[in-house]
Design a protein around this ligand. Structure first.
Ligand code: AP5
Ligand code: MG
Ligand code: ZN
Length: 216
């Protein structure tokens, strides 16, 4: 039962690759960004608190996201976990260690998606998804096979994230550099970090991740 972290700035491809791992390996994708967006859409107390913070591109509190991860880990007790967008701070990294240890689990790999920031802005600003099933698309890189129709579920409704504009993306990048990149050395010291070229085509990134996971 593998437990892995996909680490990288906004737009690095964490969600894209996590969805593939989930489909292929029966692992569970644990995306704090997705959980928070669900909470915002449902208007829960967590959602109300997170909404404006997310629209600014800043980080939601460590306590909130750590609690969300804890709940979902319990629901995924017998499956490998893919942490997507968590941890993002040193406090979250420590919280994750504790959550895993309490459940008799441990981290196997931290996969760093290495990318170029300007290219990422282009990726993010062009991104959209199916309003029905969540399948991801991109204005330039991945249009539906039949224009205006979701490849997966046939829906004609699509949506864009509110924080996917250039200004907010720059703030999200700055948050990554200041608070998230500094947790890498923690995992490097444990010898569990693998660096993958996140600028390669999507299939090649998937192959590179498979190779890391096959290494044990
Ligand atoms: P979150 O939802 O995690 O967003 P993010 O980290 O900013 O990352 P993205 O989801 O934008 O990018 P991704 O790496 O998943 O890339 P994707 O696969 O979509 O967080 C949003 C907000 O929630 C945060 O700003 C914060 O406010 C809050 N939050 C979340 N977690 C938190 C935490 N732990 N603590 C505190 N606050 C938290 O790919 C992007 C696009 O590129 C897609 O269109 C895709 O099709 C395309 N693409 C992907 N790979 C490739 C490739 N290899 N080549 C070409 N195109 C590609
Ligand atoms: Mg994502
Ligand atoms: Zn769909």
């Amino acid at each position: 039962m593998l437990n892995i972290i996909l680490l990288g700035p906004p737009g690095a491809g964490k969600g894209t690759q996590a969805a593939r791992l989930q489909a292929k390996r029966g692992m569970i994708q644990l995306s704090t960004g997705d959980m928070l967006r669900e909470a915002v859409a449902a208007g829960t107390p967590v959602g109300l608190e997170a909404k404006t913070v997310m629209e600014r591109g800043e980080l939601v509190s460590d306590a909130i996201v750590s609690a969300l991860i804890g709940e979902r880990l319990d629901a995924a007790a017998d499956k490998g976990a893919i942490f997507d967008g968590f941890p993002r701070t040193r406090a979250q990294a420590e919280a994750l260690d504790a959550l895993l240890t309490e459940r008799g689990r441990s981290l196997d790999h931290v996969i760093e998606l290495a990318v170029d920031e300007d290219e990422l802005v282009r990726r993010i600003v062009g991104r959209y998804s199916c309003a029905q099933c969540g399948e991801g698309y991109h204005d330039q890189f991945k249009q539906p096979r039949v224009p205006g129709t979701c490849d997966k579920c046939g829906s004609h409704e699509f949506k864009r994230r509110k924080d996917d504009n250039e200004d907010t993306v720059r703030t999200r990048m700055a948050e990554y550099r200041a608070k998230t990149a500094p947790i890498l050395p923690l995992y490097e010291a444990r010898g569990i970090v693998s660096r993958v070229d996140g600028m390669a085509p999507i299939d090649q990134v998937t192959d590179a991740i498979d190779a890391v996971l096959a290494s044990g």
